[in-house]
Ligand binder design. Sequence first.
Ligand SMILES: [Zn+2]
Length: 258
Amino acid sequence: MTKRACYGRAVASELVPNLMLFRDDAAARAALEALRWPGGPRCPRCSAHRAEVFRIGGEKHSHREGLYQCKPCRRQFTVTVGTMFERSKVPLSAWLQIIHLENTKRFVPMTPWEMAQASGLEYKTVQKMRARIYAAVDTYDGPNTIFGRAITAYISTRRPKPPKLAKRRDGKVNLRRWYEWRGKHPLGEAIAAEGTLAGLDDMQVQNIESTEKLVRLLLRTPKPAPAPTVRKGGEARASRKRIASAANTSPFSKGWRC
Ligand SMILES: [Zn+2]
């Protein structure tokens, strides 16, 4: 049986069930909420929680999924507000699936085309999602070895290279220069996995701890600023060129909207 969705072609996930992380969006949303709010939902604007926050639900289902209301500031929010997942039209289960596939420890990482095949998303959509993931990874300054192969390689290409190490007369490596270099380029805080994803039902997936660390990193990465609007007119062309050249600095510079 194939499902059809507005964001892509027929969902082929039934063909590769072992590649699916979550069966539906409700499970994916619950996992994200458990990762972002271990002590219950918290308002992203005024940090109100517990009794000051309540879930908007009911039989009508006229609201969107996972919606909460904050009593003090009277605003509504979901788990994606303020993160890089905000306002994405891609379902959360597909997001987590692509994140997991991108974070693989396989020697040969999956290509975007294979990910599109496995997830049922369009190739361009997968590329835009990866652009968001890697832009968020760009902001990370902790140890890079806690992630999968492709992301570890990406982080190490973006960082200053350590010095070449000389051997001492007794054959051991002289690490003095390395320690000096590390003092100039200190590492940030590492992200710890607390077993939230691994503790979920039916979660018999390899490398899930590493994926949890990556999702934690993505959840704490703020939503990117919207692209500046360009006015039509004489000086608009110059500023449009400036924006285009700024956007081309990233290897995945196709934009943020997906
Ligand atoms: Zn609030």
